[in-house]
Structures are given as C-alpha cells and as structure tokens.
Write a protein that binds this ligand. Structure first.
Ligand code: FAD
Length: 562
C-alpha cells in the first residue's frame, strides 16, 4: 500500500522549497526511479560536476548502494592535462573527452545537463537551472540524502580590467576558440592589405601567467609555429612571430623545484620565447597588454605588448555556487575555497550530508589541534599537566613526520620548528615548551596554503570518497546504533600522497617527483606522453590519443579553422 501511495505522489509534480519550485521526483527513463520511492531503500547521492573529482567518485563507488544523480552543465569529462595540445591541433578535441553518460551508465545513475545554483542545506535541496532554448530558463529543485560538491574552479581575474579581450583555457570550447584564432591570425597575416606592423601584432602571442598551463600552451604554440608553419605558410611569416610569457614572480613554474624552473626558462630562451618575469599585467586593451615590470634595481616601469592572441592563465578562483556555500555557512573561514574537515565533509553543513572535493575545496588543517592532542596524550603518559609539558627534538620529529604525511604542504613551514631546536642547542637536545610550540603552529596554520589545485588531488579525493561512501552505506546499522562520528569509525581521514608534477616545455619535459627533479629532451617527452596515456580515462580515449600522435607524426598538425 505504501508503494502505491508513493508512486501516485510521484505522478503529481510537487512544488516546494524556499522558492516554491518544482521538485524533481522521478526520471523519464526509469519507471522505478521515483526518488521518493527509491530513497526508502537507498540513499539518493547527488554529485555536482563531471570533472576529475566527480568521475573518480563514480569509478570507485558501489552502484548498488546509492541512487546516483550527476548534475553538470558539461556533458563530458575533460582530460585537462592535455588540453594545451588541442589548442594547436597536436591532439583532437574528441580524444580528450569522454561522454559523462557513458561513465554514469556503468553505475546505473542519472544525468541532468544543468548548473547547480544554490544548496538549501536545511531542506536538502539543490536549486538547479538550465537556460531554455526559447530564451527563458528551466528551474527546479533536486532533493538529496548525500551531496558531493565537485564543481572545480574558474579563472582568477585578479581584478584586472579588459579580460573580455583575452582567451582562457579551461574547457574544450576555450581550446577550440584558441585554435581558430591562431589559424585565423595566420591567414589574416597572409592577406595583401595587411601592413607589416599589423602582421607583427597578429602574430604576437602573449601568455599572462607562467604556471604549468601557460608554459605548456607557449611550448605547444612554439612547436606549431616551428614545425608546421614553415611547411604550409609563407616562410617570411616565421620572423614576424613572437611568443611572450608575462609572469608576476621571479621565475616561471615557480611551484616546481628551482632546477626545473631554471631549465624551462633556459630552454625557452634558446627557443626565443620571451619570458618577462617580475611583470604584473595591469590592463588588457583590445590590441595591447599593459604591464608593469620591476628591473634588477627595483625600479618599476610601465610597458606594453601588442598582441594578436592573449591567453589569461593566472590561477584559479571560486565558482559562484562555491561562493554561495561559503557565505551561507558561518563556520566557513576561507574565502578562496569551501573548507572541509579531514573527512572531506563541508564544515558547518549537517554532519555527513555534504562533501566537497577537488579545486572547489580546501582541507582545514587544524595543526594546532594535532599538537594539543599529542601533548595531552604525552602529558597523561608522563603524569604531568599539559601546561608543564615540553617537547624534545625526537618527539617533535615523530610528530612532524605524522603532520607531513597528512599535510605535505606543511613541509617547508615545519622546518621552522626544526630550526628553533637547532638555534637553542646545536645538538638538538633542548626542549620546546607547550606555549611556544602552540604559538608557532598557530602561525604556521594561518600561513599554510591549501593543497595544490590539481587533477591529482581531485582524483585522489574522489577515489577516497567513492570508497568511503560505499563503506558508509554498508554500515547503515552502525549509524543507527552508534553515537558520535560515524565517518571516522568507518573510514580514516583523507591523506594526500603527492606523486609528483610534470610539464611539457616544447620537445622536452620536466618532472618533479617527491623532491627529485628530472629534466630532459625527447626521452622525457615520450615519458610525459606515456604517463598521460596511461592515465587517460578509457580505452576509447587511449586509442584516439594514439591515433592523433601517429597522424601528427605522419601528416603534421591540422591547421584548419573548423
Ligand atoms: P573540474 O575537473 O574542473 O570539474 C568541474 C566540473 O564541475 C565540470 O564538469 C564543470 O562543468 C562542473 N560545474 C561547474 N559549475 C557547476 C555548477 N554550478 N553545477 C554543476 N556542475 C558544475 N592538473 C594536474 O594535476 N596536472 C596537469 O597537467 C594539469 N594540467 C591542466 C591543464 C589545463 C589547461 C587546465 C585547465 C587544468 C590543468 N590541471 C592539471 C588542473 C586540473 O584540471 C584541475 O585541478 C582538475 O580538473 C580539478 O578537478 P575538479 O573535479 O575539482 O574540477
């Protein structure tokens, strides 16, 4: 009788939530999938996003434990590390994407092509919106029992004016636009009426930002101009082409080992890629980039660079939905990302209902709490009061090793405490008292940057969450009988393992693996390719990648504007 009631209820569209919108209760393609009915037996898990974090959850969760819905405006997964190669035709767009429905069908889930705009935590509803082709919009709520926010990030504008003239590199459409513009500019430069100065401007490519994306794009562009341009375009154009990287720091690739950034910079110098360091863009005009640059004597000068294409790639910022979640929760302190605890649960949201992973999130480290916990247990063992405790270098080293394992980004900051021991006593036999250590760690806590915004981190967090959600579903009875932190009882906290960083620098590649750096030419480049080939999301994309590299080797890059 209950089943009949529920299915009848599902036939009537229910209106509700703070904005009185329709609430999604059943899916078109599945008679049995009225959410109200299914949720009586299985929790409804909603995942926002179809990128690295979301796909990793889908690949690691047991589909029989949840009724899964993915909401994302992008109906594919994009293999971002190789996106710069698609901007110049080294790889085809199709080889970098996997349809999200193909991935979802393996977990018998549902997909809604729309954007999540708001999360109503009190009612466990997500406000979803999709612009309709007729000019209006379709707006409704999707209910959830558990929610995973994996919406990634957007380009950081740093408040610079004129970015509407720039290209970005985050999506397949961005890469397509860049490719069209590069080829379009080359064609314009070939027209008889184009002046020499205009040709130079059209063929001036300016990259704002010397991080991995900007550097890889510059390298790919350089390869294109050197290898294909001379073969199919008038040779005279080659001397008019210029590639510039404007970097605000003293080096490009400054998050990598110093040896790597020096190698990349020298390689670019040899390749005549102009690297402008200590240079900050202040404005982008329709045809020129205005920037200030500090010279060796510390004098700041205002300069300008004409451009035919300007790529803006200066780091990441929060998406609107992440901002909304952060501002709606009082306990969120970080304005740059959604803060989670070590179990990846959004701080301030009802416990165990909302998780955030990938670029949109940051794990609150609470180093101070760790040390206090440690000191308390140490005090109990030694029969002292916490305030009277002090820590020896050996004890500190054990604790620091533990902290480093959980928070690799703490590494360089923790060394400050090591130095303190050395400062007090060169044999490191001295001790630090409780107050001193707590004070230091509070300071480190506030200075520590979040984990890097990388595919590697999003993937590991998705993997962790997929497995944990499976364990949680299996221990539903535990949740009913045990009071306290069920997540903690079922699964340990998330631990990030940094597997290294790599970047392509134009027929060469650089690797930074666990503190060991490796730079090299063709061998490194093939190694770089094989790492990404192995990581590619499906057999289909691997086959396509292989064919692209083969075709490019045989016939050169595709230089059409399609
Ligand atoms: P994403 O993969 O960006 O996915 C976010 C998803 O959320 C998208 O599907 C998006 O459509 C969706 N979404 C956005 N807004 C909403 C909304 N309101 N509602 C619902 N869904 C929404 N990292 C590396 O580790 N190595 C590299 O070599 C590397 N190279 C890169 C090269 C480029 C050109 C770029 C752009 C990035 C690169 N990165 C690299 C970074 C890496 O891509 C990101 O760190 C990673 O994609 C983050 O994964 P994510 O799941 O958090 O977000």
């Amino acid at each position: 009788a209950q089943d009949v009631e529920l299915s009848e209820l599902a036939l009537r569209p229910r209106i509700g939530g703070p904005k009185n919108l329709p609430i999604l209760e059943r899916y078109l393609d599945d008679e049995d999938c009225a959410i109200g009915k299914v949720s009586m037996t299985k929790p409804h898990l909603v995942i926002l996003g179809s990128g690295w974090g979301a796909v990793s959850v889908l690949k690691n969760i047991n589909p029989t434990d949840y009724h899964i819905t993915v909401i994302s405006p992008q109906n594919h997964f994009l293999f971002t590390p190789m996106l710069p190669s698609a901007t110049v035709g080294t790889l085809e767009f199709r080889s970098l994407v996997e349809p999200i429905r193909r991935i979802i069908s393996k977990v018998r889930g549902h997909y809604l092509e729309a954007s999540a705009e708001k999360v109503v935590l009190s009612d466990r509803l997500i406000e979803v919106c999709k612009p309709s082709p007729s000019g209006g919009e379709i707006r409704f709520y999707v209910p959830y029992d558990k929610l995973v926010v994996a919406v990634g990030s957007q380009s950081n504008t740093h408040g610079v004016e004129g970015l509407e003239h720039c290209n970005f590199l985050k999506t397949i459409e961005d890469a397509r636009q860049i490719r069209r513009k590069v080829v379009g500019n080359l064609e314009l430069a070939c027209l008889p009426g184009t002046t020499e100065a205009e040709r130079k401007r059209l063929l001036s490519f300016v990259v704002c930002g010397g991080g991995p994306t900007g550097v890889e794009f510059a390298a790919e562009l350089y390869d294109l101009l050197n290898e294909d341009l001379t073969m199919v375009y008038p040779k005279v154009l080659r001397n008019l082409v210029s590639v510039h990287i404007v970097q605000s720091q003293g080096h490009i690739l400054n998050t990598y080992d110093e040896k790597i950034s020096t190698y990349a910079q020298e390689r670019f110098k040899k390749d005549s890629i102009d690297v402008l360091t200590n240079a900050r863009v202040s404005k982008v005009l329709e045809d020129r980039v205005i920037f200030t640059q500090k010279d060796e004597d510390g004098v700041v000068q205002t300069k300008e660079l004409p451009y035919g294409l300007c790529l803006w790639s200066t780091g990441v910022a929060q998406c609107d939905i992440s901002k909304d979640i952060v501002t709606s929760l009082e306990s969120q302190k970080n304005r740059r990302a959604i803060e989670t605890d070590e179990h990846l649960r959004v701080i301030g949201a009802p416990l165990g209902e909302v998780y955030a992973i990938g670029d949109c999130s940051t794990v609150r480290t609470n180093l101070t709490e760790h040390i206090v916990e440690f000191l308390k247990s140490y005090a109990v063992k030694s029969g002292k009061r916490v305030e009277d405790c002090s820590v020896t270098f050996q004890q500190w080293s054990d604790l620091a090793m533990n902290i480093r394992r959980r928070f690799p980004q703490a590494g360089e900051h923790l060394r400050r405490v090591d130095y303190l021991f050395t400062e007090y006593d060169t044999n490191k036999s001295g001790t630090l008292d409780f107050d001193e250590l707590t004070h230091l760690l509070q300071d480190i806590d506030s200075k520590m940057t979040s984990l890097p915004a990388t595919a590697q981190r999003a993937h590991q967090q998705g993997q962790y969450l997929g497995r944990k959600l499976t364990s949680l579903a299996r221990t539903e009875t535990l949740a009913m009988t045990v009071s306290g932190d069920v997540d903690d009882l079922v699964y340990g906290p998330f631990e990030y393992r940094h597997l290294g960083s790599l970047a392509y620098v134009g027929n060469a590649a650089v690797f930074d693996i666990n503190g060991y750096s490796f730079v090299g030419g063709l061998v490194a480049m093939y190694l770089w390719r094989s790492v990404y080939f192995a990581q590619s999301v499906s057999f289909r994309t691997r086959a396509l990648l292989f064919m692209d590299w083969f075709t490019r080797g045989m016939f050169g890059r595709d230089m059409t504007e399609i």
